[in-house]
Design a protein around this ligand. Sequence first.
Ligand SMILES: CC(C)(COP(=O)(O)OP(=O)(O)OC[C@H]1O[C@@H](n2cnc3c(N)ncnc32)[C@H](O)[C@@H]1OP(=O)(O)O)[C@@H](O)C(=O)NCCC(=O)NCCS
Length: 176
Amino acid sequence: MELVAVGSTDLDRATRGRLRALWDLAFDGRFGDDDESHAYGGVHVVAWSGPDLVAHASAVPRRIRFDRTWHGVGYVEAVATHPDHQGRGVGRATMQRLQVEIAEHWPVAMLSTGATTGFYERLGWERWRGTSYTRSPAGTVADGEHDGLMILRLDPALVPDLGVDVTCEDRPGDAW
Ligand SMILES: CC(C)(COP(=O)(O)OP(=O)(O)OC[C@H]1O[C@@H](n2cnc3c(N)ncnc32)[C@H](O)[C@@H]1OP(=O)(O)O)[C@@H](O)C(=O)NCCC(=O)NCCS
C-alpha cells in the first residue's frame, strides 16, 4: 500500500471522482455534496493498493473557539476505507500519515464522528467533554454535537481543559 499526501489543488478531476465513489460506498449513501465540499481546501492522504484507491482522510483549516479564544485548527473530514479493505490497518495507517501533516500545520485538530470514537482513540484522539455551539450571523446556539466531537492535541497547553464550551462557525451542511 502506498500513502500519498497531496493538497486539494493538486487533486485532479479523475481522482476526485474516485474519491466520491469511495465515500459513497464507505458511507453507504449517507455522504452528500456538502460532505464532499467539506473534504476539500486542505491536505489529503490517499491510500493506493496498486491502481486501486482504498482509503482517504483530509484535514482542512477551520477556526474554532475554545472557551473565549478562537484558534486555527485542522479539521478532519471524509475518513473512509473501501469496504473490501477494512479491518486490515489501512484506515489507521492513513490517519497516522495525516496526523504527521496535521502536526506540521496546526497545534490541535478536531473532528466529529458517530460510532467510530474507538478508532480515533487508538490514534491518540480524545473525546470532547464540554458543550458545543455553532456561530452564525443569527447568533450562537448550542448544537448538541458535542457527544461526537474529538480533539487531537499536538500542543496540549493550547487547550488544557476539554470541558469548556467549544464553538464552530456555521457552514452549509453539517456545521461540525
Ligand atoms: C472507520 C474506518 C475508516 C476504519 O477503517 P479501517 O481501515 O477498517 O480501520 P483499521 O483496520 O485501520 O482499524 C484500526 C483500529 O481501529 C479499530 N476500528 C476500526 N473501525 C472501528 C470502528 N468503527 N469503531 C471502533 N473501532 C474501530 C480496529 O478494530 C483497529 O483496532 P486495533 O488497533 O485494536 O486492531 C472504516 O471502517 C470506514 O471507512 N467506515 C465507514 C466510514 C466512516 O464511518 N468513517 C469515519 C467517519 S468519522
